[in-house]
Write a protein that binds this ligand. Structure first.
Ligand SMILES: [Fe+2]
Length: 176
């Protein structure tokens, strides 16, 4: 599946972002007794068109859906289109809510690890909770999108589950 992503994405930091989101999504699926494989796949491929659309939010996700249909990923294509929160809103399905929150919290958790010298094992739920409140820390991580998770899981529980998700892929992210 990573090969499909690599066909369209060459930036290693974007690849890492996708792996981190996939790791979190899989862990959230496990927690909610949802389809772990499908949620992993969605996390991994959600930004497949990111380099091709170059920040054009009117095309982000829309092109992703086309690519995924062409590549035979019918089961996640529409979800990828709909994850563009500029074009869509009012997420109700757990999988969509989880993707919004996982997409946003991944950067925050990785930033927490980086201030600890790349050691994700030194990051705790307490660290994440503290840094979440510090608006200037990893300022690009949209706290409101993270908060959407409260529709399906307490925020603090999500910190714990998401942290486990990042730890599960730490080697791929170059963290220890
Ligand atoms: Fe993303």
């Amino acid at each position: 599946m990573l090969e499909v992503l690599r066909k369209y994405v060459s930036d290693e930091s974007l690849i890492k972002h996708c792996i981190a989101v996939a790791g979190i999504m899989r862990e959230v699926a496990r927690e909610l007794k949802e389809d772990e494989e499908l949620w992993w796949k969605l996390g991994l491929l959600h930004d497949i068109d990111h380099e091709l659309t170059k920040g054009d939010m009117s095309r982000h996700g829309v092109l992703g859906e086309e690519i995924l249909l062409k590549e035979g990923f019918r089961d996640i294509a529409e979800l990828v289109k709909r994850h563009n929160h500029v074009l869509f809103e009012n997420y109700e399905k757990p999988v969509e809510i989880a993707l919004q929150a996982s997409d946003s919290i991944s950067g925050l958790i990785i930033a927490c690890a980086l201030v600890k010298g790349g050691k994700i094992t030194d990051v705790s739920v307490k660290t994440i909770k503290k840094k979440f409140k510090e608006k200037s820390f990893a300022a690009g991580c949209d706290r409101e999108r993270i908060r959407l998770i409260e529709k399906i899981m307490p925020l603090e529980k999500f910190y714990e589950v998401a942290l486990r998700g990042v730890v599960s892929v730490k080697n791929d992210l170059g963290l220890s």
